[in-house]
Design a protein around this ligand. Structure first.
Ligand code: PLP
Length: 442
């Protein structure tokens, strides 16, 4: 056992508040270019500070006999009449589950519900084509066999191979996931192959990375493309809380998801669900313009980095169609870990990792989604690219570069905060936050 039972912690509450304060100060001067993260408005975060954060909510049907947990009763409509209908509209679905806590939790729920009994087969996207690292392992832990779709290159699938595989293994489910992704899989073409080769097989698309682009209508909707269901995280390209969704038009799938989810999710984090409702109310104002900016900025930024001599992958295809870019800094003579350290010192946070499709060593994965949410415009990109390239090559002192990033951040307003309603609600929100912190007691 570490330490003695009642020995005081080395870090006090006061230290923690100091660390939080310093973190906030730094975060406001920096930019996250991590494609799996995003930000959301302070207003949308409010429910997570307030009483509903502590409440369970299981009574979506408003059945008077099901109010076993009554704490969420007065706020029920924010989930059932705001979040769910907005998701049904933006996701072009007839049914939505907002119960998953994260993309991985939604994956587990989808595989457990649709992937068949132990011994059945799930076909998913191979790691060489950007499939999520956890999908095969989750399916195997559920007793399912796993086979992989593969492609002639990291960005497309071999549909002839898919047809042959599907005919041979007759899977219960094709789970279409892309974690490292520059271009969306052509779901419509894949669904056609599935229907022809193995008509009993269901198709679920895990759109964790693309969710904001799909809900904004800028990326194809998987249900329009013929998938039976889709789902994924609400905090990557969608600027929302860390949660996830499953959407479908199929009443039977909805029923099966509902029956399974009670055994994989208990509390679905009601405070975060209310935050999701608020983030969706905001997103319906700025969503399409934001999503177009994400896609446009990411592609422009790729060209700007390439123009400054960095190796950006998939140049022959226009680098990207979405929010991710992959950089091969090893080719430029700089280890990605070192490049990432230098960028961090300059106020830019990036992913570096092994396992990017087509890479033998490590690579760098960046995304412009959060920067677009923070309000950066096309005009800001040359300056951002100058700072980025100078930091990677260690051409200028980090402190000066960090000041330039802070200036970019400071000059722009996050999209949620820029909404006229946010300003009008500031006093009431501050009063609520103050009350949650005990200010009413003094
Ligand atoms: C396709 C896919 N599914 C699931 C996940 C896991 O999502 P989360 O981190 O929200 O659990 C990710 C995360 O990158 C992903 O890319």
């Amino acid at each position: 056992m570490k330490g003695t039972p009642m020995a005081p912690a080395k870090i006090t509450l006061s230290d923690v508040v100091q660390l939080l304060a310093e973190h906030e100060e730094t975060a406001a001067r920096t930019l996250s270019l991590v494609p799996s993260e995003n930000a959301m408005s302070g207003l949308a975060k409010l429910p997570m500070l307030l009483d509903p954060y502590h409440r369970y909510f299981f009574n979506e049907t408003d059945d008077p006999d099901r109010w076993h947990f009554r704490g969420a009763q007065s706020l029920r409509d924010i989930e059932t009449d705001v979040a769910i209908p907005l998701l049904e509209r933006l996701g072009r679905a007839d049914y939505v589950s907002v119960r998953p806590l994260s993309g991985l939790n939604a994956m587990t729920l989808a595989l457990a519900t649709l992937g068949g009994d132990p011994g059945s087969t799930v076909v998913t996207v191979g790691p060489g084509n950007g499939g999520h690292y956890a999908t095969p392992s989750v399916a195997q832990r559920l007793g399912q066999r796993v086979e992989f779709l593969r492609g002639p290159d990291p960005h497309s699938l071999d549909l002839d191979h898919a047809a042959e595989l599907l005919r041979r293994v007759r899977p219960a489910l094709v789970y279409v996931d892309q974690s490292h992704c520059l271009f969306p899989i052509d779901v419509a073409a894949l669904v056609r192959v599935v229907r022809e080769a193995s008509p009993e097989t269901l198709v679920h698309v895990d759109a964790s990375h693309w969710m904001g682009l799909v809900l904004a209508g800028v990326f194809p909707n998987p249900l329009d493309a013929g998938a039976d269901s889709f789902g994924g995280s609400t905090h990557k390209t969608f600027p929302g809380p860390q949660k996830a969704l499953i959407l479908t038009r199929d009443a039977d799938i909805e029923k099966r998801i509902r029956e399974t989810q009670d055994y994989l999710v208990s509390s679905h984090h009601f405070g975060a669900t209310l935050s999701l409702g608020m983030a969706l109310l905001e997103f319906q104002e700025f969503g399409p313009a934001y999503a177009r900016a994400v896609v446009g900025h990411t592609r422009s930024f790729a060209g700007l980095l390439a123009g400054r001599g960095l190796t950006v992958c998939a140049a022959d295809r226009g680098y990207t169609a979405g929010h991710q870019l992959w950089l091969d800094t090893e080719r430029d003579g700089i280890a990605p870990g070192l490049a990432s350290d230098r960028l961090y010192a300059a106020g830019l946070k990036v992913n570096f990792m092994a396992g990017l499709p087509g890479f033998t060593g490590q690579g760098m994965r960046i995304g412009l989604n959060e920067a677009a949410y923070q309000g950066l415009t096309e005009e800001d990109l040359p300056e951002l690219a100058d700072v980025f390239a100078a930091a990677v090559r260690d051409e200028r002192p980090a402190a000066g570069l960090a000041d330039r990033v802070a200036a970019l951040r400071g000059a722009r307003t996050p999209l949620g905060a820029a909404l006229p309603e946010a300003a009008a609600l500031l006093d009431r929100s501050l009063a609520l936050a103050g009350r949650a912190l005990g200010a009413h007691a003094s």
